[in-house]
Write a protein that binds this ligand. Structure first.
Ligand code: PGA
Length: 249
């Protein structure tokens, strides 16, 4: 059984004070939640404040990025042990914005994912095709290359989470249809069977991301291979993220 996972990716939003009030606003939506995990991913600067705010609640904490070395002369970078010490359980790796604006390749993504796993952080590895790639009919080739490249060296018991986020659906208000998402998720799960093992593939959660909102989350989550959502814009408001978290009613 895969426990559904709803992750808020706050991107470069929220100061520490704002992070605390967002978490406070989410609390009324939490209890009693069954068979569902909720995680928020604030920017680095708000992690400590958010960690205090989520203490004693069922909300988990994640970061949005990391560097693969433990420590050293890497000005501006943050390592996996630093995130683990702050109470992070998850870390987003290889988000399309990192791939697009910061030159992250599959090689970089797999190094980061493996660094996360070494300290017990669960990597949420992002993949997804651009609009050009979808229109050119190469979606599955792109996904296969990303899965194989980004997950290289990870084992089935790494706590890995995969996020399928079609780039054309991120921040655009244009969501993949439930059928499009299911098709991609089933394809990714098949790849995971070969890469990890059939049992590990069946246990790995595959999240959908890209303009997930309170009014479309239910139809998406009804698909058999959608195990949760990675939510950007709609996670910045406690009421909209709260409604997403409570998609079952
Ligand atoms: P969005 O972002 O929900 O604002 O489309 C999703 C993401 O980038 O993870």
């Amino acid at each position: 059984m895969r426990v559904a996972l709803m992750v808020g990716n706050w991107k470069m939003h929220k100061t520490s004070a704002e992070a605390v009030s967002l978490v406070e606003g989410l609390k009324p939506y939490l209890a009693p939640l069954k068979d569902l995990e909720v995680v928020v991913c604030p920017p680095f600067t708000a992690l400590a404040a958010a960690a205090r705010a989520v203490a004693g609640t069922s909300i988990g904490l994640g970061a949005q990025n990391l560097y693969w070395e433990k420590e050293g002369a890497f000005t501006g970078e943050v390592s996996a042990p630093m995130l683990a010490e702050l109470g992070c359980r998850y870390v987003i790796v290889g988000h399309s914005e990192r791939r697009q604006h910061f030159g992250e390749t599959d090689e970089i993504v797999q190094r980061k994912a493996r660094a996360a796993v070494t300290v017990g952080l669960r990597p949420i590895v992002c993949i997804g095709e651009s609009l050009r790639e979808r229109d050119a009919g190469t979606t599955f080739d792109v996904l296969e290359a990303q899965v194989k490249g980004s997950l290289r060296g990870l084992s089935g018991d790494s706590g890995l989470v995969v996020a399928y986020e079609p780039v054309w659906a991120i921040g655009t208000g244009r969501t993949a249809t439930p059928a499009q998402a299911q098709e991609a998720h089933a394809f990714v799960r098949k790849l995971l069977e070969g890469l990890l093992s059939p049992a590990a593939a069946a246990a790995t959660r595959i999240l959908y991301g890209g303009s997930v909102k309170p009014d479309n989350v239910r139809d998406l989550m009804a698909q058999p291979d959608l195990d949760g959502a990675l939510v950007g814009g709609a996670s910045l408001d406690p009421n909209s993220f709260g409604k997403i978290v409570r998609f079952r009613g």
